[in-house]
Design a protein around this ligand. Structure first.
Ligand code: FE
Length: 345
């Protein structure tokens, strides 16, 4: 009797071990390697849920976007990365142009990311949306004087605008979007007027521009929407107070809509697990993942029909530029040249 029990226990143990180690019918456990320019906290819980559902382990390497891109390039065909996760269509396009990604598609991917928020040739897919908005000091600026990005070149804004450097991809993409919609001549003259209105030499990140408006160093700043959200919810009292002193304005509502960009991902050309990488992208585009992924960084879901967080809804709805974000990458080099010519440091 005791012996029989032991045998049954052994058999059960064997079954459990098989279930834990086998995972898939073909034997070897699946793992997918992700190079992520997004912070671990922004994706780790999502990756754990993916593993729990699929049995596919996710190995995460996080780092600076440019550094990860250089690493992918150096590793070439030997790169262990299966999926590259980064922000800004300009960066995803760069990875595509350097032949570091491979085209991948499926009905779930096509349904998850709208056509204008993914690569035309299926090299990468948007996973969240961010808007490049204006923040202003309500006591020094009449909101009625704000309209679109182009009006920021008017002399009325002389020495009143804060923005980060032209080396930043967010600004490069904004200018690329302007090149796509307004053409090179209009963009060049806008840049001249805009740069002439800077209150100071560009410095710091988007949070620093918000702080500068709050501190009275400038009246208007150009920033990504999630920075304001992050500061409003910050544990740091000074950041929270600075954010509470500024007001958000959605530019271009009478025109082509506010400039938006994405965070997104693409399967690497060197991927040894392209199927698992595709599954992970599909998982991240699922409705429940979309809600979580957008909320944790105060971004907007890329998938249609998924509601943004209560904080984002409190900012009111807005019209977003419907430009295909691939254009932001395609016109990046031209944008950088134009900014340089205008003396945008
Ligand atoms: Fe950012």
């Amino acid at each position: 009797m005791v012996r029989l029990h032991t045998r049954i226990r052994r058999a059960t143990l064997l079954l459990i071990l098989l279930a834990l180690s086998g995972l898939t019918a073909c034997g070897a456990p699946d793992a997918v390697n992700v190079y992520s320019a997004r912070q671990e906290a922004l994706i780790q819980p999502l990756l754990e849920k993916f593993t729990a559902e699929t049995g596919i382990t996710v190995n995460l390497v996080t780092g600076n976007g440019d550094a990860l891109l250089a690493r992918l390039e150096n590793e070439g065909d030997n790169s262990p990365a299966d999926l590259f996760l980064t922000s800004d269509a300009g960066n995803l396009y760069r990875a595509q142009a350097k032949n570091l990604l491979q085209p991948v598609t499926s009905p779930a991917l096509q349904a998850g990311a709208p056509a204008h928020l993914r690569s035309d040739e299926n090299y990468w897919y948007g996973l969240s949306v961010r808007a490049r908005v204006l923040v202003f000091a309500a006591e020094r600026v009449d909101a009625a004087d704000l309209s679109d990005y182009t009006s920021l070149a008017d002399p009325v804004w002389r020495d009143r605008i804060c923005v980060r450097s032209s080396g930043n991809i967010y600004n490069q993409s904004l200018v690329a979007g302007m090149l796509a919609s307004d053409g090179p001549a209009a963009t060049a003259s806008w840049l001249d007027g805009f740069v002439a209105n800077f209150a100071r030499t560009p410095q710091g990140g988007d949070r620093d521009q918000i702080k500068a408006v709050a501190a009275g160093q400038c009246d208007v700043a150009l920033v990504n929407s999630y920075y304001l959200g992050g500061m409003l919810q910050s544990d740091n009292l000074a950041e929270r107070e600075a954010a509470e002193q500024v007001t958000l304005f959605w530019p271009n509502q009478a025109g082509r809509g506010t400039h938006i960009n994405i965070s997104g991902a693409g399967v690497t050309r060197a991927a040894s697990k392209p199927e698992a990488a595709r599954q992970l992208m599909e998982f991240m585009l699922r409705e429940d993942s979309q809600r979580w992924y957008a909320q944790v960084n105060n971004e907007f879901p890329v998938r249609a029909g998924v509601e943004p967080s209560a904080l984002l809804q409190s900012w009111g709805s807005f019209e977003a530029d419907a430009l295909n974000v691939s254009e932001l990458g395609r016109l990046n080099a031209e944008a950088v040249k134009a900014m340089d010519r205008a003396g945008w440091k």
